[in-house]
Write a protein that binds this ligand. Structure first.
Ligand SMILES: Nc1ncnc2c1ncn2[C@@H]1O[C@H](COP(=O)(O)OP(=O)(O)O)[C@@H](O)[C@H]1O
Ligand SMILES: [Mg+2]
Length: 247
């Protein structure tokens, strides 16, 4: 059996025979508000608190301050404390920098003058993993990263390179993406990544419901069912006994 790493999300490890396959890149896909950021932080938080495994969170969306504030308020996760202990590093990789006097500018350090797309970012990621001896990594999100490039061929090279480079590290990565079906069909990252899970947040009658699905997981026997999922003060829970309401 492939070695596993715990997901940190109650219910999920049962559905994966023990957790995510270790050292791999897993795509975490879902629309706005579906719980991607929460799921991926829970993966890092529980790994750090329960197993003392250092984690890295690369953010291209919310600022590090917002991430700390929101998750302390919503779930009581003290991320700053983990950062002080060297068990978590939040890396600000937002493509645009805004200064206090209102000026905005592209973050040249990360995204300009590259021979290959994302090469500076990838360098930063690899350096951080090595330095922190990180076992867990989150990229929030691959969609924001790839949106900055007009040339699709160039972007595909970057995505393939990123997934290959991360697969060679002693670290399990969650790569977040927003949408399943782009105009051109299946996003390349879903085709090449060894695993993908989908979070859904949908209207059923007068309420919104959440569900969790394993779309693919190479080398793992898994169910094809959609499962009921909830978010509350403790974070995310998946209910392996409860099929999601699909009608
Ligand atoms: N303590 C809580 N109780 C109930 N729901 C919560 C709580 N904290 C967060 N949420 C819900 O989780 C959502 C956050 O999802 P998030 O992880 O940011 O999604 P995404 O990253 O996919 O956009 C919020 O919009 C809110 O609906
Ligand atoms: Mg998010």
């Amino acid at each position: 059996m492939l070695p596993r790493i715990t997901s940190g999300v109650p219910g999920v490890d049962n559905l994966l025979n023990g957790g995510f396959p270790e050292h791999r890149c897993i795509i975490l896909q879902g629309g706005p508000g579906s719980g991607k950021t929460t799921f991926s932080l829970q993966f890092l938080y529980e790994g750090a608190v329960n197993e003392e495994q250092p984690g890295i969170y690369i953010t291209l969306s919310e600022s590090p301050e917002e991430i700390r504030e929101n998750n302390l308020a919503s779930h009581g996760w003290d991320l700053a404390k983990l950062e002080n202990k060297g068990l978590l590093k939040i890396v600000d990789a937002r493509p645009v920098i805004a200064s206090k006097d209102g000026l905005i500018a592209p973050n040249e350090r990360l995204f300009k003058g590259e021979l290959l797309p994302f090469s500076h970012l990838l360098q930063l990621v690899v350096q951080n993993i090595t330095k922190a001896k990180a076992k867990r990594l989150v990229l929030d999100s691959l969609t924001v990263l790839t949106m900055q490039y007009a040339n699709r061929f160039y972007v595909r090279q970057g995505v393939l390179g990123l997934i290959q480079a991360l697969s060679n590290m002693d670290c399990t990565s969650l790569l977040l993406i927003e949408d399943l079906a782009e105009a051109t069909g299946i996003p390349i990252e879903l085709a090449v990544a060894p695993g993908a899970v989908v979070l859904r947040y949908e209207r059923k009658g007068d309420v919104m419901t959440r569900s969790f699905q394993i779309l693919k997981m190479r080398g793992v026997k898994h169910s094809l069912q959609l499962y009921h999922m909830e978010i509350d003060d403790g974070g995310i829970k998946v209910f392996p006994e409860e099929a999601a309401i699909t009608k």
